[in-house]
Design a protein around this ligand. Structure first.
Ligand code: HT9
Length: 471
């Protein structure tokens, strides 16, 4: 196993279930397992440095937590304030009720929202009149999120809502982000119904049949997020506990993966280090780091892996006395549209989402900067990043006084960027891999960036390997 992040740990766990006596070695380049799951416990606070929760709609993470005996540790999000806020002209405005990514499901809420101008609302209403380009029916059609959202919903809805929500999730440039790789259901809705409005109406007719009272959309969505009482490190610790200690090799980057005769593989960890031989190798590293490892074995595969771009971000955590923040914090966090020209991408109110993550009377705020649009921010020093975060929180949520505690973490090249054409590239990668029995790839670079998808990717790769090894 190469890579001890979420996918690699999930794959190692699965492999040892499938092959009881597997002699597994897990190589991790850094000095820590868990990848983007990294919790610091400090002063009765659970300071999440990376991901703070995971989705349960696709149940891969939830199922694994249960399998690991963590059911009693799972906690849902706060039942109050289940919505996101968007910055408009320096003020915070709630995402209109019912708006999901690109679907304005509640027209009344959109029309009442101060987020859009009257002209922007008119354009949004005209969505069913927007033409459907003939190209969308071509097999393998792809387009950027920016282009699709602009031509269907209008520039204003794109700039004020779609861009900050979607670009926030992927810390991406929406003008390059692939719709086919991120939300293919929107392309499908346009193909089938010629309009998103008509697709929504068709879906609600379907729902109407089972007579169920639907909860408000945002509340329902945030009900889909859960975390663990002590933070997500609990999950990493439980996974690691299932592996034998001697299987884990920290600070051991892999340089080369070689294919040997008779279905054997070998890896080299340092110049001059002896080759280590295995029946199979699973690479769960970042794609551009995997590329040089398999360069000699398959140059085309290496080229495709190397061409997947990544973005970086920095997170400043600020712990305030709750009374030092004027804003009611009646949302889970805020997203910042690029057109607002602020040096941050988003801020998340950790203790609003998960009140038990901090002691009473504290507010833990996580401020994100960097991403594909402001890559230089990640190179600022800790002091500057904290100063920027404090200034932005003073302006946006009226935070005053000194934070009780501050932390900064940089996530360099952590978020793969699914650019237009990503799906075709992943298909080419999967074809190359199929030609190498005993070699598999897993991770968030291919078919989904979230924790559940990363677990699924690792688990599936482990299952393919186990099958190959047993025949
Ligand atoms: C900065 C940032 C990153 C990048 C981190 C980095 O790389 O540095 C990120 C990643 C992600 N966010 C994700 C998903 C979502 N985030 C949401 C909501 C929010 N994100 C926010 C910020 C960020 N989020 C914020 C301030 C909110 C508002 C409320 C809150 O603070 O919670 C919502 C609800 C939106 C709605 O209202 O509909 C969803 C569905 C998934 C995919 C998960 C999967 O698919 O498994 C990923 C990787």
């Amino acid at each position: 196993m190469i890579g001890g992040g979420v996918s690699g740990l999930a794959a190692a766990h699965r492999l040892r279930k499938l092959i009881l006596h597997a002699e597994l070695q897990l190589f991790e380049a850094s000095d820590r397992l868990g990848g983007p799951l990294f919790t610091i416990a400090h002063d009765d606070s659970v300071l999440e440095q990376g991901a703070d929760s995971f989705l349960i709609k696709t149940p891969f993470a939830l199922d694994l937590c249960r399998e690991l005996g963590l059911s009693d540790e799972l906690i849902p999000t706060n039942e109050q304030h289940r919505r996101a806020l968007v910055v408009r002209g320096g003020r915070l405005v709630p995402v209109p009720e019912g708006f999901v990514l690109m679907k304005p499901q509640n027209l009344g809420a959109m029309l009442k929202s101060p987020l859009l101008s009257p002209l922007g609302k008119l354009r949004l209403l005209a969505e069913p009149l927007a033409l459907v380009p003939a190209a969308v029916n071509r097999p393998g059609y792809d387009e950027s999120v920016a282009s699709f959202a602009t031509r269907r919903l209008g520039r204003e809805t794109y700039e004020r809502l779609v861009e900050p929500l979607i670009a926030g999730i992927y810390v991406a440039d929406a003008r390059q982000l692939s719709l086919a790789a991120t939300y293919p259901e929107f392309l499908e809705a346009e193909r089938r119904h010629g309009s998103l409005w008509r697709a929504i109406r068709a879906a609600s007719r379907q729902d109407g049949r089972d007579e169920q009272q639907q909860p408000p959309a945002a509340a329902a969505r945030y009900g889909q997020f859960v975390t663990l009482r002590g933070g997500l490190r609990t999950f990493v610790a439980a996974l690691v506990d299932t592996l034998p200690r001697q299987a884990i090799r920290l600070r051991t980057p892999v340089m080369q993966v070689e294919r040997h005769a008779a279905g054997r593989w070998a890896i080299k960890t340092a110049p001059g280090a002896p080759l280590e031989h295995f029946d199979a190798v699973l690479i769960a590293a970042h794609a551009p780091q995997a590329a040089p490892m398999i360069q000699q074995c398959d140059a085309e595969l290496a080229r495709n892996l190397a061409s997947i771009e990544y973005a970086s971000s920095a997170v400043a955590t600020l712990v305030y006395h709750r009374q030092d923040i004027e804003h009611p914090l009646d949302g889970f966090g805020l997203v910042v549209p690029a057109i607002e020209h602020r040096p941050i991408v988003a801020a998340s109110f950790l203790t609003v989402k998960f009140p038990s993550h901090g002691p009473p009377g504290r507010a833990i705020v996580r401020v994100f900067s960097g991403g594909a649009l402001q890559p230089e921010m990640v190179d600022r020093d800790d002091h500057e990043l904290v100063a920027i975060a404090k200034q932005q929180m003073a302006e946006l949520i009226g935070a005053s006084g000194e934070p009780i505690e501050t932390r900064v973490i940089r996530w360099r090249d952590a978020m793969p960027q699914y650019h237009v054409g990503h799906v075709a590239r992943v298909e080419a990668i999967e074809q190359s891999i199929a030609a190498h029995p005993g070699l598999e790839l897993a991770g968030n670079a291919y078919r989904g960036v979230g924790i559940p998808q990363s677990i699924h990717s690792g688990r599936q790769a482990a299952e393919r390997l186990a099958k190959q090894l047993s025949t």
